[in-house]
Design a protein around this ligand. Structure first.
Ligand SMILES: C[S@@+](CC[C@H](N)C(=O)[O-])C[C@H]1O[C@@H](n2cnc3c(N)ncnc32)[C@H](O)[C@@H]1O
Length: 405
């Protein structure tokens, strides 16, 4: 009887044993790709050149690493689990690959990444968004990243305006990169199998980056996606949104009056702070529950309300009339046909200036919404000669100025 139990227990633990007899650690997302033809497909779709330095994140027992070494000049692999690092070094020791493989032991989110041409990785899903934005902020810019994500996360990355999964993650990622879906990978290709299916996505950083302050950009996108099913009219009518717009508008005015140009954000260099802003609330948990995430933001907005901020309703009326003029009051951000990025691309082509900041706010709203749904070039030619600048707020409530120049 007792012997039977031991036998059963031994069999169960064997299911989770990696190469070299290492028990897999679920907390580190250790789901090893066991299907060699799937590994081949990923490597083949990566388009690795013999001159490429490849970055692999989470090499695990090295199945993908071996294939990468077969095509690339060299591979730098970052692995957090010391047992896997040992296993990996053991696997390639004494082989012709050893001199072309460098293993860095550590957490990829915490370490400085080396130079690489291309990143190929089957990553632990819980670091998906932070890693994506960390890669996108890496300099010098790499050619592309081919990454395995949880399928729903992948679909959000590549979603287009109008798709049901189009969200902040889609907008912010596509602001910085071109993304495309490469292949679906069922859970049965892994050992142990995860609870969800996966997808491989190609990410090609945009160069040069759009000239926009990313923090402020995200402030705008947050408002548009606070509640995905709410109309823009309802979103921009919220007291919290109007209060923040007006507060930041006033801050900009006083900065300008005091001749402090420092208050104007200009950056088009992405910083680690930007990564956190863009990646924030986009990780797997929030991804699976947009409405809950957005509900929290709603609360945040409401708690920031201050009754004396909205002096009279003229600010709100102007914002509403802009929305009405463009026929956007009843439109939803997720359903509009133009992508956010169009605005940046077009705005980056010119530098505009007007002296009245209130008009700038209104103009931005107008431009934003017009560009959103009509031909970008056409809409912009109608409005050329103006500055696109808006005061927006992030969750920290700091004064932020959307500034395209
Ligand atoms: C999904 S497994 C992939 C293993 C292997 N590349 C494969 O395809 O079979 C993820 C790997 O990432 C490692 N890992 C988890 N968190 C990490 C982190 N923060 N930094 C670096 N590696 C990490 C795990 O130890 C594991 O080896």
């Amino acid at each position: 009887m007792a012997g039977g139990k031991i036998q059963k227990k031994r069999h169960q633990s064997m299911k989770g044993i990696g190469g070299g007899g290492i028990p897999f650690e679920k907390s580190m997302g250790q789901h090893i790709l066991k299907n060699p033809s799937m590994v081949d497909s990923i490597v083949q779709k990566s388009g690795i050149k013999p001159t490429d330095v490849v970055l692999e994140i989470g090499p695990g027992t090295g199945n993908l690493t071996k294939k990468l070494l077969e095509c690339a000049k060299s591979v730098v692999a970052v692995e957090v689990d010391p047992r896997m690092v040992l296993e990996l070094n053991r696997r390639f020791q004494g082989t012709p690959y050893a001199s072309r493989l460098k293993v860095i032991e550590g957490d990829v989110l915490k370490c400085d990444l080396p130079y690489f041409d291309i990143c190929v990785a089957n990553i632990p899903y819980k670091i998906s968004s932070l890693l994506t934005f960390k890669l996108l902020s890496h300099r010098p810019v790499f050619r592309c990243a081919v990454i395995m994500y949880q399928q729903e996360f992948a679909m959000r990355l590549v979603a287009n305006p109008g798709d049901s999964l189009y969200c902040r993650l889609s907008v912010n990622t596509q602001l910085l990169a071109r993304v495309s879906h490469l292949l679906k990978v069922s859970r049965n290709n892994f050992r142990p199998p995860p609870k969800v299916d996966s997808s491989v996505v190609r990410i090609e950083p945009r160069q040069p980056l759009p000239r926009v302050s990313f923090k402020e950009w995200d402030g705008l996108v947050r408002i548009c996606f606070i509640k995905k099913n709410k109309t823009l009219g309802a979103l921009f009518k919220q007291k919290g949104v109007l209060t923040l717009l007006e507060k930041n508008y006033k801050t900009l005015q006083s900065l300008r009056l005091s001749g402090n140009p420092e208050g104007i954000a200009e950056g088009n260099e992405i910083t680690s702070e930007d990564i956190n802003v863009l990646a924030n609330l986009m990780d797997d948990i929030s991804m699976a529950d947009d409405e809950r995430e957005n509900g929290d933001e709603d609360e945040e907005m409401d708690t920031e309300l201050s009754s004396n901020m909205l002096e009279g309703s003229s600010f709100k009326d102007k914002v509403m009339s802009v929305l009405q003029e463009g026929d956007f009051l009843d439109k939803r951000a997720s359903k509009l046909s133009q992508i956010f990025l169009s605005i940046v691309e077009v705005a980056a082509q010119d530098y505009f200036d007007v002296s009245n900041y209130f008009d700038q706010v209104i103009f931005f709203l107008f431009s934003f919404l017009v560009l959103f749904s009509f031909s970008v070039k056409l809409a912009f030619s109608i409005n050329s000669g103006n500055l696109i600048r808006i005061l927006m707020a992030t969750s920290e409530g700091q004064p932020n100025i959307i500034f395209f120049s």
